[in-house]
Write a protein that binds this ligand. Structure first.
Ligand code: AMP
Length: 403
């Protein structure tokens, strides 16, 4: 008898890229990982890394997601890990926007596809890419369960008091305007791993998760359930990000239209692509910003201070929302690597029981670790996120349940 299939291919389809990982869920091993970038441009690039083997790269024409996935399948096949393998149990897809309806990972059928499509107006850049990935994967392996794992799902437990904007209720409902939140897979994974690090059950722990990557979001997690998060209808709201403004007075938009003569599309580009750290100082990579700060660059210093000021406001706000906080967890590219960000974010918050230990914070490490002093009232943790593993875990759990 052949063994029960235990591999999951995770696909994270962005507007012009596909990231992928193949995992074996029996032992939790990563078998291969890779990335196709610049899909639809003149020369796309593929990088494929079989675990334990040499990376392979090539550039060439990849006109669309269909071609991208076929290229990925061809690379996997070279390592004997092709999509036709009977060991493949399912394909797990990251889907950015699941609206109010998708509160859990979901096996894709026609009705699910139609609903993801219906949500395109609230996620115009992201959901079409997710759909393209699912449709191509379905065509390649029509017999396999395709599972959609939604970025918004973890946040659907937010109470109405946190999810609703204070605008006219009929207008909001007619256009499905509310706080959905994003990076949910990461917030779910990191909050659970933080509880594990503390040696406690997730149900007993209140955590503020700070996902600080190029996109950035904060969440307040009470006993394993999200009660508030900083991103909103779209991933534009909240923290200062690499290229996005985060919070600001919405009247800035009317002002730019009426007085600045800008169109809605121009303002969309301004706030999503030319704001945040890059708008403030011309760089969005925290390594470069820190280097400039250390060299005495004023614009970089101000950008860093604005970034930290916003972060601090969210820590304070979510402290108040939760009432009792057991841990603050830093994750993603900046959160995991930038010790000065962690130090500055909690500086002066000793009154709230928050502090970092300078030495622990400066040490670079791979796994989840505490960076607060041993006697701290609130743990400060660095918890590397692993969205692909979380998507694979959720996907596999669902297909196992339905088997
Ligand atoms: P992510 O979106 O999670 O991949 O994070 C990407 C961002 O992480 C980059 O734009 C950098 O700002 C930041 N980053 C990555 N490595 C480092 C590092 N060693 N030190 C500081 N920031 C880093």
């Amino acid at each position: 008898m052949s063994p029960t299939p235990s591999r999951v291919l995770v696909l994270n389809s962005g507007s012009s890229s596909v990231k992928y990982q193949l995992l074996d869920m029996r032992g939790g091993d990563r078998l291969a990982a890779g990335l196709v970038e610049r899909i639809g441009e003149k020369s796309a690039r593929l990088k494929h890394t079989p675990v334990g083997g040499e990376s392979r790269e090539w550039s060439g024409s990849v006109p669309d997601h269909d071609a991208a996935l076929k290229a990925v399948a061809a690379e996997l096949a070279k390592d004997g890990l092709g999509l036709d393998s009977p060991e493949l149990a399912a394909i797990g897809h990251r889907v950015v926007h699941g609206g109010k309806r998708f509160t859990e990972p979901t096996v894709v059928d026609d009705a699910v596809l139609a609903e993801i499509e219906r949500l395109i107006p609230v996620a115009p850049l992201h959901n079409p890419a997710g759909l393209a990935g699912i449709r191509t994967a379905q065509a390649l392996r029509p017999d396999l369960p395709q599972v959609a794992v939604f970025d918004t799902a973890f946040h659907t437990t937010m109470p109405e008091s946190a999810a609703r904007y204070a605008i006219d209720v009929e207008t909001a409902d007619a256009h499905r305007i509310r706080r959905y939140g994003f990076h949910g897979t990461s917030h779910a994974y990191v909050s659970r791993e933080t509880a594990k690090l503390l040696g406690r059950a997730p149900e007993d722990v209140n955590v503020i998760v700070l996902h600080l990557g190029n996109g950035a979001s904060a969440s307040a997690v009470r006993g394993g359930r999200c009660v508030d998060t900083s991103m909103g209808l779209t991933p534009l709201e909240g923290l200062v990000m690499g290229t996005r403004s985060g919070d600001m007075d919405p009247a800035v938009i009317f002002h730019l239209m009426r007085v600045g003569g800008m169109s809605a599309d121009e303002i969309d580009t301004l706030l999503n692509k030319r704001s945040g750290l890059i708008g403030l100082c011309g760089d969005n990579d925290m390594r470069e910003i820190r280097r400039r700060v250390d060299a005495g660059d004023e614009r970089a210093r101000l950008a860093f201070e604005i970034y930290i000021h916003r972060l601090k406001k969210y820590i304070g706000a979510y402290y108040a929302v939760l009432g009792r906080v057991d841990a603050v967890a830093f994750t993603a590219g900046v959160g995991e690597n930038a010790a000065p960000v962690r130090e500055a974010a909690v500086a002066g918050l000793e009154g709230l029981g928050l502090a970092v230990d300078g030495e622990l914070n400066a040490v670079r490490g791979d796994g989840a670790r505490l960076v607060s002093p041993a006697d701290a009232r609130v743990a400060v943790a660095v918890v590397p996120t692993d969205e692909e593993m979380e998507i694979a875990t959720q996907t596999y759990a669902l297909v196992e349940k339905e088997r």
